[in-house]
Design a protein around this ligand. Sequence first.
Ligand code: HAM
Length: 416
Amino acid sequence: MNDVLPDQTPAWQYLEQTMRDLLAAYAYREIRFPVLEQTQLFKRSIGEVTDIVEKEMYTFEDRNGDSLSLRPEGTASCVRAAEQHGLLYNQTQKLWYMGPMYRHERPQKGRYRQFYQMGVEAFGMPGVDIEAEILMFCYDLWQRLDIIDVVRLQINNLGTADDRLSFSEALKNYLEVHREDLDEDSQRRLDKNVLRILDSKSPQTQEILRNAPQMPDYISTESAESFSAIQKILVSAGIDFEVNTRLVRGLDYYNGLVFEWVTDKLGAQSAVCSGGRYDGLSKQLGGTDTPGVGFALGMERLILLLEELDRLPAETAHTVDVYLAVIGSGVTEQAQLLARAIRQNLPELRVLTHCGGGKYNSQLKKAFASGARCALILEGDEAQAEIKTKILDDDGATDSIATSSVCDWLKANLKN
Ligand code: HAM
């Protein structure tokens, strides 16, 4: 779990703001739900036989003896909240959320035990229109973040629940014959969650899979048509993609379209954003039979990309406009009132008032180090009619102006 230190928060704020602006442009609405839920919710949605539920949840009993878990993802909670508050009854919803998720995984670059996701969930829309919209949203976001050249879209079709079942059976029958030659994880999955074997990293297992039944052969006509339709829209929208028939995702609730945006710039943790359709989830959790589709992106992974490729805009580093140096205890009160007057008159300026005393030189050094564009220097044993000014990005001379004209001077000298 990471601390995000003050030097790093501008990058986070930039990412968050860029996402908020785009979400607003798509007219999606924010939903917030707790970081804790009943453990049962995640078991019933993500699936009992998944890595997340089997080994990664932070689960504990609360004082009432209820089993609670820190949320490992947002989709289950979002469906629970939307259902509980009647948002899914005869209506459509386009929702988003942002916040920490928790998985007890082995930490490495791009993989943490507390990580932040921004997720989108759209309810009540069964067609390709909404699928196209959310994929376009992602594409637009990569463009705004200037990383479109380093992310690629992979898509797959898991078919209907029935398609999935008949393919799983066929795959299981085929792999059963090769059981002894599969890697250990895959042997375990053979009995419990056979589709996940397609994900196996073992070369030997992958070799065995080469002659296995193929998912596309088990997809019903209607589902296949919908998958063609989304591809057609992607082509028209100029969004490159590849069909990866091995893409199955690590959560059990998906059907139909699944997708991942991947990069090869982050080592092993290549997925920056993933999602898909989950039409059966709401009913499976005891609610309305409502189609759903969505995705979540990993914010740490995006920040890593932005930092490593140097794609953060320069202004994210600049956080101070005016540094008010205060020399001598006689001007303390005047300095505080002056700073407040500047903030009231010029609310767009960021004013850092020096607190804690110190000599002229040491305060000026701090002014330079703060990255401020100008310094105001108030010095004396009592309230001053004059104040010194200094533009910090050239080595211009120090001037003196009337204290009462400070706001005019700032307006004239810090125009943009
Ligand atoms: P997920 O693939 O488990 O899907 O996670 C989504 C994204 O979260 C990943 O693509 C990755 O960028 C990021 N992520 C996952 N685990 C970690 C980790 N340990 N450290 C850092 N980043 C991580 C879901 O969570 C689904 N709820 C997505 C979804 C929404 N499907 C439909 N709607």
